[in-house]
Design a protein around this ligand. Structure first.
Ligand code: BDR
Ligand code: CA
Length: 316
């Protein structure tokens, strides 16, 4: 059995569920580095949050590179502070990071790093702005990567508009570049599956009891806020920690799976902007597939994995 952890770059916009994704990646992947992108909150905050989370998780040496703040179109109507709070970390303001970002050139770093080593997974849990720029400038990256696992889109409509999921809605032009880049292993972990893996109040209370006063107990505060916001603003019965699943797809491939399908990204201005149009027709001769669309998840095992991972960070 191959027990080597997958080499991974995590491109994220922390963000409450991104924080959980970082924890999974730090523990279960061989994390080459983190790149920050503007999304849930602005780039300055997402970068600082990634750095602070590395400190909390006892991983202060992981490289963190700041990338793009705004989507390729150059403008953004609003961020996601109604779900993630003004700092992207709920009602908590994380302690100032112990260091500055390694660089402000995430795209260049991504290109150099992926070119230098074959077989790295790129996991993206925010708008695809950094990833699109990297693939546009260096189309050869596709042959080097093990794959790209993206939390975004979905098969059944959106959460930001009726048609679009947040990451896809923020930067559809970037998503289109990535989906049309010819990547042979592109994975879309969308709302159709992330809305099935919920962390409810009982789960969070049990986590609180396990983490006690440990510094990692800040995750209980983060999830508390997230769960409350989602319960107030949606009909979901708990917190959907979307981003964690894009990491888990790589680190625990037995827990999620999908089908390769044609996917189109809608960039038109109007109500469908940012929609990921997945061709689900049961045709005998479908168009060539673009991505693996994740369609099932082992809900209980994923809830347990996240629980055990966070408990595993407690300093004994
Ligand atoms: C996605 O949008 C963001 O608010 C979350 O961090 C996640 O990446 C869910 O639609
Ligand atoms: Ca995110």
């Amino acid at each position: 059995m191959n027990t080597r952890k997958p080499r991974m770059i995590l491109d994220c916009d922390p963000g409450l569920d991104d924080a959980v994704a970082i924890a999974l990646a730090v523990h279960h992947a061989d994390l080459v580095g983190i790149t920050a992108v503007g999304g849930n909150v602005g780039l300055e905050r997402t970068t600082a949050n990634a750095l602070s989370l590395c400190d909390i998780l006892g991983a202060p040496d992981i490289e963190v590179h700041a990338g793009q703040d705004l989507p390729l179109s150059g403008s953004l109507e609003h961020r996601a502070t109604e779900y993630h709070g003004p700092y992207g970390t709920g009602s908590v303001q994380l302690r100032e990071p112990s260091r500055e970002a390694t660089s402000k050139k995430a795209v260049e770093w991504m290109i150099d790093t992926i070119r230098a080593e074959a077989g790295i997974w790129l996991v993206a849990t925010g708008p695809l702005t950094n990833v699109a720029l990297a693939l546009q400038r260096a189309p050869d990256l596709g042959d080097q990567l093990a794959g790209v696992s993206w939390m975004g889109g979905g098969t059944v409509g959106g959460n930001t508009t009726a048609g679009a999921e947040f990451n896809s809605w923020v930067d559809p032009e970037a998503a289109k570049i990535v989906f049309e880049s010819g990547l042979s292993n592109l994975v879309m972990v969308g709302l159709n599956v992330t809305h099935t893996v919920l962390l409810d109040r009982d789960w969070i209370d049990q986590l609180g009891a396990e983490l006690g006063e440990d510094p990692v107990a800040v995750f209980v505060d983060l999830l508390d806020y997230y769960e409350l916001r989602q319960r107030r603003m949606t009909t979901l019965a708990g917190a959907a920690v979307h981003d964690a699943l894009a990491v888990a797809y790589v680190t625990h491939p037995q827990l999620l799976g999908g089908v390769r399908r044609p996917v189109e990204i809608v960039c038109d201005i109007g109500p469908t902007r940012g929609m990921t149009l997945v061709d689900l027709r049961p045709r005998r001769h479908p168009d060539p597939p673009t991505a693996t669309v994740v369609e099932w998840a082992d809900v209980h095992a994923l809830q347990q994995l996240i629980f055990d991972t966070l408990v595993g960070f407690v300093q004994s």
